[in-house]
Design a protein around this ligand. Sequence first.
Ligand SMILES: O=C(O)CCC(=O)C(=O)O
Ligand SMILES: [Fe+2]
Length: 212
Amino acid sequence: MITANKEQTIFNHVGSKILTDREIDIVARLEEPLIVVLGNVLSNEECDELIRLSKDKMKRSKIGTTREENELRTSSGMFFEESENEIVARVENRISTIMSISIEHGEGLQILRYTPGQQYKAHYDFFSSSTKVVNNNRISTLVMYLNDVEEGGETYFPQLNFSVSPKKGMAVYFEYFYNDQALNDLTLHGGAPVITGEKWVATQWMRKQKVR
Ligand SMILES: O=C(O)CCC(=O)C(=O)O
Ligand SMILES: [Fe+2]
């Protein structure tokens, strides 16, 4: 007998809703590799507050440091400490339900800001097998959009001819912990250059084992 075997996924939600402290909408999904577009992940107030809190920090983190230019990623960014404040704790709990994994597997929430011309070139979120961290590699990503971008700034998957336009409060989830490495490789993705306006995102990466 021939059985079509579908690979095991981490994301365990079916239907069109995910129940957390908010009702999250599953807007669209690609099955393999699993890429899910989510709506109503963050409220407008939460988006604004995350931007406000990180703005200060980005400023502070630049003092006394020479800003290293990176070809791959030209945006500026910062990390929140675990449960750093009430809003980060609340959002982390929600993220953990969405991503079907406890927050102990998560690196701190990362905030990125892109101004016109800035981008994140196509990359993998997992580390290559030649690096030391590979024994506790990343397995999944949630990119949350904190504002509307006038033009540009799509999250694109060049191997899949697929892209997601940033929309305040929405998010894109994907995972790359398949047995078949070819599926993982299809999650190559980037943040297209912003053309007009600014783009703010919050990214959560999860690791195979606990990091906290
Ligand atoms: O800015 C984006 O759309 C993508 C961000 C991203 O790839 C990441 O944070 O790993
Ligand atoms: Fe990424």
